[in-house]
Design a protein around this ligand. Structure first.
Ligand code: NAD
Length: 250
């Protein structure tokens, strides 16, 4: 797909590695000034070096509201505006039935995946209103649309992202901020590669469940986020775009 984000200022949370990193790289390659934030300072500073002269790294835990406000303040100090935010930071958890999930792990998943998206939008929206509008994309999951066993806190967190997205979209649509979510299926990410390398039969099991016969690529996630961030999707408001090779409709 051909997109141009020349002169746009883009914030991606959790972008030191994984899908956030590849999406930040895709925006930077199309002319955007990119701000990446992450809890992993060492890897984040390495990532930002590959994003060109206009990219910066800001250390922040999305679960910390003050830290997220500081990220947005830094964006405004450095670039004067915020046009696009991809709220990507998220964590998974140890698979277990609900009665064996610990409260600590439930709290951690909710703090990063739900409070993190709330904190991010809480800081981003006033900055976008100040410059007349913007676009926000929130990272949900195919597991934000349906349940699977063993991951109830993660499933709950990604459903919550859908809810935050819908209500915030209604609140700010008339003021020029478009807010949508992506419901991402299985992607060929570093986590997936590790699972394939360490779990015999993992790849065959995962691929056999895919209606399209394969898992997704990080480029396909970046393309979908960029489409939602571009004027090509100007009438898309409060939506959840599913990219999962057909999993959600099985
Ligand atoms: N990979 C997949 O197949 C897949 C599928 C569905 C949804 N998702 C969602 O996409 C997003 C990215 O997933 P990924 O596979 O790239 O994950 P990943 O673990 O590879 O990368 C996540 C990044 O977020 C950072 N991070 C973690 N906690 C943070 C915090 N509290 N504050 C700031 N940064 C933090 C990590 O340091 C890392 O750089 C997540 O929200 C995930 O739930 C991924």
């Amino acid at each position: 797909m051909t997109f141009s984000f020349e002169d746009k200022v883009v914030l991606v949370t959790g972008a030191a590695a994984g899908l956030g990193r590849s999406t930040a790289e895709a925006f930077a390659a199309r002319g955007a000034k990119v701000v990446i934030s992450d809890i992993n300072e060492e890897v984040g500073r390495g990532t930002v070096k590959g994003l060109g002269d206009h990219a910066i790294f800001v250390h922040a835990d999305v679960a910390d509201p003050q830290a997220m406000q500081q990220v947005v303040d830094t964006v405004l100090e450095r670039f004067g505006r915020l046009d696009i935010a991809y709220n990507n930071a998220g964590v998974e958890l140890t698979p277990n039935p609900l009665a064996e999930q610990s409260l600590e792990e439930f709290d951690r998943v909710i703090a990063v995946n739900v409070l993190g998206v709330f904190n991010s939008m809480h800081a981003e929206i006033p900055a976008m209103l100040a410059s007349g509008g913007g676009v926000i994309v929130n990272a949900s999951s195919g597991l934000g649309l349906r349940g699977i066993p063993m991951q109830s806190p993660y499933v709950a967190s990604k459903h919550a992202v859908q809810g935050l997205t819908k209500s915030a979209a209604l609140e700010y649509a008339a003021q020029g901020i478009r807010i949508n979510a992506v419901a991402i299926g299985v992607i060929d990410s570093p986590l997936y590669k590790t699972a394939v390398a360490t779990t015999p039969g993992y790849k065959e099991r995962i691929w056999s469940r895919q209606p399209n016969g394969r898992i997704g690529t990080t480029d396909e996630v970046a393309d979908t986020v960029m489409w939602l961030a571009s004027d090509a999707s100007s009438y898309v408001v409060g939506a959840s775009i599913t990219l999962d090779g057909g999993q959600a409709v099985t």
